[in-house]
Design a protein around this ligand. Structure first.
Ligand code: GRF
Length: 187
């Protein structure tokens, strides 16, 4: 199997990156993590790239033309698929157009509910009975692209933001790789 050269964009902890790297060691997993891009120099997740000898770069999104650096590096490393894993910046329209249906994101809610930030806070405030996570294609509208995979769990009476975050992340570690397998099964 020829694995798709994949870039993972992160901003923080990178636990999903860690999980994707570990899944990609399986010879049947359709992608190889070939590049990591972070907009944050002190993102802990960079350590997973270092440890696994995966090239990584920092992008300063405050600098004009920072997108050129992204494009040049995606080219340099032959990237044909992109996973956003806790990347806290908006992706440019040009990148979305160039990589149409080739960029996916993981979001900690049952989309289309609770797009955007502070999801757990809003979920609790809204007294939801269930929550979960969603992997979706990235399009021009925030957290609105076609859904690929979604899984839910029941919210318990004593759940708080922390417990919801932990439970959601645990679910993400199975849903993200499953979504990637699902995409390439038919390609
Ligand atoms: C995940 O919970 C994901 O749903 C959201 O950001 C978080 C990233 O966590 N988009 P990590 O950096 O992968 O640990």
């Amino acid at each position: 199997m020829v694995k798709k050269k994949t870039c993972v964009f992160i901003s923080g902890n990178g636990s999903n990156l860690k999980n994707l790297i570990s899944n990609s060691r399986n010879s049947n997993f359709p992608v190889k993590i070939s590049l990591v891009i972070s907009n944050n120099k002190s993102a802990y997740g960079i350590n997973y790239a270092k440890k696994n000898k995966i090239p990584y770069i920092f992008i300063n999104t405050k600098i004009q033309n920072y997108e050129n650096k992204i494009f040049l590096n995606l080219k340099k490393y032959g990237i044909s698929f992109i996973c956003l894993a806790g990347y806290m910046k908006i992706i440019s329209t040009k990148l979305i157009r160039d990589y149409r249906k080739k960029i996916i994101n993981i979001h900690p809610s049952l989309l289309p509910k609770f797009k955007g930030l502070n999801t757990f806070q809003r979920i609790l405030k809204n007294k939801e009975k269930k929550t979960g996570c969603t992997v979706h294609y990235v399009n021009e509208n925030l957290d609105s692209g076609t859904i690929i995979s979604q899984k839910s769990f029941d919210i318990l009476i004593n759940d708080n933001e922390n417990t919801l975050r932990k439970k959601t992340q645990r679910l993400e570690y199975s849903v993200f790789p499953q979504a990637i397998i699902k995409i390439f099964r038919y390609n």
